[in-house]
Design a protein around this ligand. Sequence first.
Ligand code: GUN
Length: 287
Amino acid sequence: MSATILDGKALAQRIQAELAVEVADFIENNGVVPCLTAVLVGHNPASEVYVRNKRNACGRLGIDGRLERLPAEATADELLALVTRLNKDEDVHGILVQLPLPSTIDPARILQAVSPLKDVDCFHPENVGRLVQGRPRFLPCTPHGVQQLLLRNGVQIAGSRVVILGRSDIVGKPLANMLLQRGAGADATVTVCHTRTKDLAEVTREADILIAAIGQPRFVTANMVKPGAVVIDVGMNRDDSGLCGDVDYDAVREVAGMITPVPGGVGPLTITMLLENTLTAARLQQT
Ligand code: GUN
C-alpha cells in the first residue's frame, strides 16, 4: 500500500494563517511592526530564491521583510560592520545571514556576532546552548518545521526510534537535540548517522521515524526503510530531472507509512518557523 503524503504546503498555510492573527494582534497592542532583515552576500542562485521566498512570506503575514546586500568580494569586517549596525537598529527584530557565505568568510565568526535576541536562525552559540539544555529562546527553523509536521499529523514521537541521516549544525544536530528532550513532541530515542556509520541500512531499518538531511539525491532506498515507517525528507537537491530530495520517493512511498514530498514537504514549514521566530524576537524586544 502506498504511504500517506504529509502535505507540508497545506500545513504551512494553516500555521501562517494562525501567525497572521498573532502578528496583527502584536502590531495593534505594541504599535510596532515585526521586522526581519536578511543579509545576502554575493549572488548564489539558490540563496537568491530562498531569500525572495522568505521576504514574500513576510509580506503575506504583515511582517516587514528587508534585504541587505553585500557584493561577493565583501570582507568579513564589512559584513561584521553591517551585522553590528543591524544589532543596534531598534526597528530590526530578526537578523538572518543567508548561508553559504563566500569561502573567504568564516561563518562562525559572523554568526556569533548576531545579537542572540535577534538570532532567528538559532545559530548563535548562546541559543544553541540553551536549546541543548532544554530552555530554548528560539527553535531552529528546519528542525522545528520537521517537529511540527510530525506533531500536527498525529505521529507518535514519544518512545519512538528516530534515525536522522546527517549531522549538520543546521538540521541533524539540533533536530536530534530537540527530539530527545523531555516533553511534548519529543521523548524519542534518537540515533544520528553520518558518513562513517557502519551497516547504515541496518540502522535505518530500525527507525519508526527516518529523517534524511544529507544533501544526496535519492540516497534513501526502499530497502533502508522499515515497512510502515514515517519518512521525512529534508533534502533539496537539483539533478538532471529537476528538484529532488534525499529519498528515492517513488520506491520508498510503497514501503513507508507516511512520507513527505519534495518540494512541498519540509521546505514551506522552514519558512513558516522563521516567521514565528521573527514574531518571538519582536516580543522579546518589547520591554
Ligand atoms: N542556508 C540554507 N539553509 C539556511 C538556513 O536555515 N538559514 C540560513 N541563514 N541560511 C541557510
